[in-house]
Design a protein around this ligand. Sequence first.
Ligand SMILES: *[C@@H]1O[C@H](CO)[C@@H](O)[C@H](O)[C@H]1NC(C)=O
Ligand SMILES: *[C@@H]1O[C@H](CO)[C@@H](O)[C@H](O)[C@H]1NC(C)=O
Ligand SMILES: *[C@@H]1O[C@H](CO)[C@@H](O)[C@H](O)[C@H]1NC(C)=O
Ligand SMILES: *[C@@H]1O[C@H](CO)[C@@H](O)[C@H](O)[C@H]1NC(C)=O
Ligand SMILES: *[C@@H]1O[C@H](CO)[C@@H](O)[C@H](O)[C@H]1NC(C)=O
Ligand SMILES: *[C@@H]1O[C@H](CO)[C@@H](O)[C@H](O)[C@H]1NC(C)=O
Ligand SMILES: *[C@@H]1O[C@H](CO)[C@@H](O)[C@H](O)[C@H]1NC(C)=O
Ligand SMILES: *[C@@H]1O[C@H](CO)[C@@H](O)[C@H](O)[C@H]1NC(C)=O
Ligand SMILES: *[C@@H]1O[C@H](CO)[C@@H](O)[C@H](O)[C@H]1NC(C)=O
Length: 855
Amino acid sequence: MKTFAWSCLVSWTLAGTTLAAKFPISAWQDASKQSVPGNAVPNKFIVEVESVGDIPGKREVETRNPHATLYSALRKRDVGFQVNKEFNHEGIFVGASVTLDNANDRKEILQIPGVKAVRPLIRVPAPKPVSVHVVTGVDDPALPPDSESTHVLTGVDKLHAQGIAGKGIKIGILDTGIDFTHPVLGGGIGPGFKIIGGFDFVGDAFNGLNTPIPDPSPLDQCNGHGTHVAGIIGANPGNEFNISGVAFEASLTSYRIFGCTGDTTDDIIIEALLRGVSEGQDILTMSLGGSDGWTESSSSVVSSRISDTGKIVTIAAGNDGSKGAFFTSSPGNAISSFSCASLDNTVEQIQNATVHGVTHDPIPYFDLFPLAINGTLPIFATSTDTTIVDDACDPLPDSTPDLSGFVVIVRRGTCTFVQKLTNVAAKNGTLALIYDNGTGFSAIAVGNFTATSIQADDGVFLVNAFAAGQKVALSFPQSGGSFALPDPTGGLISSFSSFGPTNDMFFKPAITAPGGNILSTLPIPLGSFGIDSGTSMATPFIAGVSALLFGVKGNTPSVGIGARTLFETTGQRVSSSHTDGDPLSSVAVQGGGLVDAFSAITTDIVVTPGEFLLNDTAHFKPLQTFTVKNNGPAAKSFTLSHVPAGTALTLQPGTPFPADGPVPLSTDFATVEFSETSFTVHPGQTQKLTAHFTAPTGADSSVLPIFSGFIVISSADETFHVNYVGLAASLKNAQVIDTSDVFFGVDLPALGASDGSFISGPSNFTFVGDDLPTLIMRLTFGTPQLRIDLVAPDVNITTTSNQPGFSSVTKRSLFTFPNAETLGTFAQVKTLGPLFEFDFLPRNSDVNVRIKGAM
Ligand SMILES: *[C@@H]1O[C@H](CO)[C@@H](O)[C@H](O)[C@H]1NC(C)=O
Ligand SMILES: *[C@@H]1O[C@H](CO)[C@@H](O)[C@H](O)[C@H]1NC(C)=O
Ligand SMILES: *[C@@H]1O[C@H](CO)[C@@H](O)[C@H](O)[C@H]1NC(C)=O
Ligand SMILES: *[C@@H]1O[C@H](CO)[C@@H](O)[C@H](O)[C@H]1NC(C)=O
Ligand SMILES: *[C@@H]1O[C@H](CO)[C@@H](O)[C@H](O)[C@H]1NC(C)=O
Ligand SMILES: *[C@@H]1O[C@H](CO)[C@@H](O)[C@H](O)[C@H]1NC(C)=O
Ligand SMILES: *[C@@H]1O[C@H](CO)[C@@H](O)[C@H](O)[C@H]1NC(C)=O
Ligand SMILES: *[C@@H]1O[C@H](CO)[C@@H](O)[C@H](O)[C@H]1NC(C)=O
Ligand SMILES: *[C@@H]1O[C@H](CO)[C@@H](O)[C@H](O)[C@H]1NC(C)=O
């Protein structure tokens, strides 16, 4: 029998799909050439080995050089391999990133004594801001009065007023690099500057797939993400934009792990993290990640271990809120680190245009700075029909006058803004306002054109006035026109912020910070300042608050280890909407709430723990204990209460498919009984308490309802909470494999041929070139293990999934394969050999998985 070398598993995203859509058979053929699920890189693994410290007195000779020992064991076993990187940080991570000639040798490596884990190498997507708005306008001395709104929301302004700004604390930023020539970031790099150092692990041209070319300078003038992140932590106050970093006196180090575009990989993240540890960073921050749902990726494990040493590691929760629950990112899922969620800023700083010729209020337009337009210009509307859906998508009619000297008014819809503006420019138009069509008043992508958006009502007013022959004109005040438009979603969790918890019910995200509509620095060639949105913006905010905490309490391991509990227990609870009576946002998307830096840093009360992990009904932990300690000078009296959050209904009813965001909430709440409901804690004393939970009874377990909320501990002047999260269902009942025909019109899993057809009966393959069978499948829930075996055509398979012990899939004893070439059984079914095995796979969103084989 031949050895199976099924090597490829392809996953790809079908953009913009809805569950109702069926895909043509060829859809799965258009897959990218990516060949493993999730973001794993084919044939590359990170091997972790025991270090000398792990085995005192034992096998000391062999482990003195753990790397050499590993390589010689690999050679002895005829494993073909190449070493890409070595890691050697005693107590945190010892191992190597390797490329194997044959991915199936992974199992062989696991059997080598001293090997602790073999994890796939994960590609981590570039930190993608949700929207970018580059500021290019002229300086306005009156601007912007409210740019510190994020600091006011979180009490950072009160700490700054006391002179607390993170002095003496070192923060390492793993990102796209920083434009350290930016004057607001100190204008240089090295001792004495704000940015005290850094390293470029990858070079400009790195994209996650090619070979990194390191160099000493982490300068980034091509991407900008890291510069925006750095400004959120460290922008010097006193700039023309009146912004400042949360910890503008902290010292920053830039670890550049992304090139100008593309992804990075786990081994580079680990290398940068370990360098940050050895260079004495107090805080490491990473605005990056890929949706995952598990806590087990190599960079998650390393981040968590670094957190356990008392350093603070802040990581983005992810921008996949639209994809539903159980979908937070790694490495953000690191058990002991901070996974950071995003809240929308309360204001959007925009400009007003002045209306002439008729009486009308100033018209707000979406730009942080005034359009550089002098004088008063008449308007011209490309259509007088304010309901037209494709205004200016086609070349404008011959009757159109020369549009130079006009403000051209165009309705949003159908084609891109740039296409509309190109048509306007063909008539010499140089300035346009595009009015909203109900999609939302927001920043728009206008390429090189001078144009911006206005609200629907204002557009309709201008077009009707134009149609009526009124002589309407507009001017754009170069100062004094700045307007703080209240953001309708301000103060709520950003719709893009990823929804947890992990697939094994760990509490992710941990805490929320402002991340939607954040003004910060950009590289000088990219405009110097801009507004970005994303959990990427929330993450450095938490790093900054952590620096304020270390600055006040000392940068000791005990402060670092207690930080997450402190921030979670002092957080501000966030509602799911601005409508009275709506429930609080699920803890699975807001964590412990919006960080309250001032309370966290100034309170004398310590509540522990910060999280009750109640788990699912099969592993329910209803009885929880917690303590309230008084480090203050006076006795304090408290009352306990239960404040539930909305119960998240995470599947679409009647289907195994995730409910897309915003995940629907119900008011079927858990109930809680306390050991006492009021108590007094004297100075230096600790009160121990218990809470006994009953899961909600009304919730339909088939939609995997996540219930959550807060045990609130209130005194006359302060309030704290312990967060809880549980599942009113058993995760064993979650359907993992999509067996429906919803995506392709045939029941999945299915086999496909190279011509794009599905195979329904016996077929012959040459296994030459593309002539291979392809397995097409999707996961509706993450799985700790996916394994595919080949069986003979006449084998009888009975469902064994309810057999005792079957669910403990990680028990290797279930598998009887000494190696890939031997016959074996799986759960009593006779098999010919394993085709594929992978651990800790995320579920698909609208993403399909296919497995391609070659024998
Ligand atoms: C800058 O922000 C501070 C703090 O929010 C505010 O007091 C001050 O008025 C602002 N300055 C200008 C010029 O807007
Ligand atoms: C901007 O326009 C809005 C809406 O017309 C108005 O409420 C606001 O007062 C104006 N602000 C400034 C600074 O002109
Ligand atoms: C507007 O006028 C000012 C002062 O006269 C001049 O410096 C500037 O270049 C003009 N801008 C434009 C866009 O014409
Ligand atoms: C645009 O301007 C050029 C140069 O002034 C002129 O020749 C041309 O006719 C104008 N185009 C239109 C459509 O008015
Ligand atoms: C508004 O424009 C967007 C973008 O083209 C389009 O998807 C949407 O259907 C339009 N809405 C209306 C009401 O025209
Ligand atoms: C903007 O203009 C520059 C120079 O004319 C050109 O190279 C670039 O492609 C333009 N960009 C866009 C988005 O149109
Ligand atoms: C929930 O229970 C499962 C099964 O015992 C366990 O693997 C998992 O770690 C638990 N989750 C938490 C957050 O304790
Ligand atoms: C596969 O090939 C064998 C040998 O040529 C032939 O006997 C058989 O009919 C083929 N099966 C199919 C389904 O084409
Ligand atoms: C499968 O089951 C049928 C009916 O019980 C039996 O005749 C057949 O031999 C079985 N096949 C195998 C491979 O065990």
